[in-house]
Design a protein around this ligand. Structure first.
Ligand code: PMP
Length: 394
């Protein structure tokens, strides 16, 4: 007699699949103008500079960069990242940083070391989908904090924290994915203050702040945590250098840093030695700031093209965000529309986007959708939005 097939752990079926990753597979037809993927512009990658760096590290220290290495990460890379963070008002010692395989791995490590099943995580609504996936695997209870056009509202935060007793607050405060919004400085200070008073971790997921093309920088939450006790910063080279290198970091208080280091040993031993070495060479020998200037200027042009096209094409009653940086515009269609239901017609009309509903932790708004403005040139963006407007006008 058979006992039937062995079973998966309950958590394996509990986490939602990423609709974005699923839908990217569907929209590969070349005629489609896709605003769906959150991808950096590939033609702006510094391919030749990076190639030189890979060549150089292989030529100068081939055996070392092909070998296993330490879990905490390449010392030169940590030094270079620490110097960049320190320059932006966040004094950072290389020893404060753990290099991770993308910021995504840092999120996963934090979920492992900070969250018990049933613990509450407070998030903005909508929020970054793959963070919701991590919290799902950890068995956390996700609670949506009141959120407006600027991000999490702090007028009721203390009450909410008292009521829900979260273990951590997760925020993408600068050029958020998916909305593009940036949390104002006063609210940042209030989040740090309330969390500090109530003993709540703040996870500041910050892969986009170097992509500002308008306006003035806003201090990182981590720079406002004077005691350095309860804020954790996640960063990444994905949006500034190249996502395929899978390089990110976590800047955390010593206890969290140590716990994540041990969890990473269990997960992947360490992040790719050769990719870290090439990135270290890139950050120390090349001018990332000059490269970023080019990227920011181009993204600014593309964002403007998208905002202008939306103004010209969208039906009355539509609204959208006007980001100062990053990669995304968040659109709300007029009453009666459902962005997910509309997507097949949009794809048939050769334009694609990501429906907004999956980004919501609690009450989805079916009228919303996310557009990425990074991967097409302005004229193509204008044409794609024109197609979307034409479809909506039907
Ligand atoms: N956090 C946010 C808010 C993101 O948008 C992304 C990438 N889409 C990540 C983390 C993961 O980035 P990485 O490539 O560094 O893993």
């Amino acid at each position: 007699m058979s006992a039937g097939p062995p079973r998966l752990a309950a958590r394996a079926g509990a986490a939602p699949s990423s609709v974005i990753r699923d839908s990217l597979a569907l929209i590969s037809r070349p005629e489609i103008i896709s605003f769906a993927g959150g991808l950096p512009a590939p033609e702006l990658f510094d391919v030749s500079g990076l190639r030189e760096c890979y060549d150089r590290v292989l030529a100068d220290s081939g055996p070392r960069v092909l070998q296993y290495s330490t879990t905490d990460g390449d010392p030169v890379l940590r030094e270079a990242v620490a110097a960049r963070l320190s320059r932006t008002g966040m004094p950072t010692d290389p020893g404060d940083l753990l290099i991770t395989s993308g910021a995504q791995q840092a999120l996963s490590l934090l979920s492992t070391v900070l969250l018990e099943p049933g613990d509450t995580v407070l998030v903005e609504d909508p929020t970054y989908l793959a963070a919701l996936q991590c919290f799902g695997y950890a068995g956390a209870r996700v609670v949506a904090a009141p959120t407006d056009a600027d991000g999490i509202r702090t007028d009721q935060l203390a009450d909410l924290v008292r009521r829900e007793r979260p273990k951590l607050i997760y925020l993408v405060p600068t050029f958020a994915n998916p909305t593009g919004h940036t949390l104002p400085a006063e609210r940042r200070a209030e989040v740090v203050r309330v969390a500090g008073r109530h003993g709540v971790w703040v996870v500041e997921d910050d892969p986009y702040h170097e992509l500002r093309f308008r306006g003035e920088p806003v201090p990182a939450l981590s720079s406002l945590d004077d005691a350095g006790g309860h804020t954790i910063l996640l960063g990444s080279l994905s949006k500034t250098v190249a996502p395929g290198m899978r390089l990110g970091w976590l800047r955390a208080p010593a206890e969290v840093h140590r716990a994540c280091l041990l969890a990473k040993q269990a997960l992947d031993l360490h992040t790719s030695t050769i990719d870290q070495a090439a990135a270290a060479a890139y950050l120390t020998r090349y001018d990332l700031d000059r490269h970023l200037k080019t990227v920011r200027e181009e993204y600014g042009r593309r964002c403007t093209a998208m905002l202008d096209a939306l103004a010209a094409a969208m039906p009355p009653g539509s609204t959208w965000t006007t980001p100062d940086g990053g990669m995304f515009v968040w659109v709300r269609l007029p009453a009666g529309h459902d962005a997910a239901a509309l997507l097949p017609s949009a794809v048939a009309h050769d334009v694609a986007y990501v429906p907004g509903s999956p980004f919501f932790a609690q009450q989805p708004d079916p009228r919303t959708l996310r557009l990425s403005f990074t991967t097409h040139r302005p004229a193509v963006i204008a044409e794609g939005i024109r197609r979307l407007g034409e479809l909506l006008a039907r």
